[in-house]
Design a protein. Structure first.
Length: 336
């Protein structure tokens, strides 16, 4: 949902700039040419490889902690928008978001050497947004509603089959979808749980499953209920959800406290929050207005960058990786 301007070129060798320390964070920026592509999905493999994807079919991987970047090309994908990516060992999944047949899922089982097209949206009005996986064999996809039901796909065999879930909730009045800003509108947890975030509907809500999609619980939340408003991203491990509205610009967040959802105050960014990531109580949120850090689970915040970002993920060592417009990729080293 919500297709934006797409410009393309491969990421080029860039200057490295050490920025001032703020809130115990040092930011190192690797930038590209002015006409480089927008990047908006990240996945950090357990082996340390950093996978990044974006518009016009470009996929990048660094195997040396950001020292260099390789471009991976997928035949026939030059005009696709790869808005989500997932990497585990030698298996990589790519999600292309777009109307109709531009919504696709690709898979590589040889660490990006070759790619197979697994799924193509058949409905000309269909639009898939995000995916996530419990492991290489089991995962879910969320898309914009079709036929009065939330559109959810499931695989239990490594993507050989993608099946629409009959258990998906009925759609809200006026339609319902998700935002493919950062690939984080769907999150899985290790214990068969998943959180799906919806928007562009009369009542944005959080959809939760504890049995890999067999049943769903729905929680309406007071996010903006406009075509550009809703829940964009969630952090189930921290009981946090973020989003807001693109126009007029508004940032919104909520945290769950003893089964009650409470508003997060003083978010220092303007506009909907596109992406989020956490390690322990340290939480980073990003959007085109910049990046902000909380060191206490979302209670207090400090802005850490004025640069635009669409997505953030954090490695186990505490290094956060961010990507966004103009091919920008940054590393933020979280200090204890």
């Amino acid at each position: 949902m919500y297709k934006s301007i797409a410009i393309s070129t491969m990421l080029l060798t860039a200057t490295v700039t050490a920025l001032p320390v703020r809130a115990n964070v040092v930011e190192t920026v690797r930038s590209a040419q002015d006409n480089a592509p927008r990047l908006q999905a990240l996945s950090i493999n357990a082996n340390g490889d950093i996978w990044v994807s974006g518009v016009l079919g470009k996929v990048l991987v660094s195997r040396d902690d950001g020292q260099s970047w390789q471009t991976k090309s997928i035949a026939g994908s030059e005009q696709l928008q790869f808005r989500d990516i997932w990497a585990r060992e030698s298996t990589i999944y790519l999600l292309a978001a777009g109307e109709g047949s531009n919504s696709r899922i690709y898979q590589s089982v040889d660490d990006g050497a070759t790619w197979q097209l697994q799924y193509t949206m058949e409905n000309p009005k269909g639009f898939i947004n995000c995916f996530d996986f419990w492991d290489q064999q089991h995962g879910l996809v969320i898309g914009d509603s079709i036929d009065n039901k939330v559109f959810i796909l499931q695989t239990n065999n490594g993507g050989k089959d993608w099946t629409r879930l009959n258990s998906a909730p009925e759609v809200n009045r006026g339609g319902e979808g998700a935002f493919s800003a950062s690939g984080s509108c769907l999150r899985t947890l290790n214990n068969d749980q998943a959180w799906l975030s919806t928007g562009a509907t009369e009542q944005p809500r959080l959809l939760r499953t504890s049995d890999r999609g067999a049943t769903w619980a729905t929680t309406p939340l007071p996010f903006p209920n406009t075509n550009t408003g809703g829940i964009f991203t969630s952090l189930p491990q921290n009981n946090l959800v973020f989003g807001g509205q693109m126009k007029p610009a508004k940032a919104v967040g909520y945290y769950r406290d003893n089964q009650h959802w409470r508003a997060i105050n003083n978010i220092p960014l303007t506009g909907a929050i596109y992406g989020s990531a956490s390690i322990g109580e340290q939480v980073i949120i990003v959007n085109p207005d910049g990046a902000a850090l909380s060191k206490d689970g979302g209670k207090t915040w400090k802005r850490i960058s004025n640069d635009a970002y669409w997505v953030v993920e954090i490695k186990d060592n505490g290094d956060a990786w961010l990507a966004g417009p103009a091919g920008r990729i940054s590393r933020l080293r979280l200090m204890p």
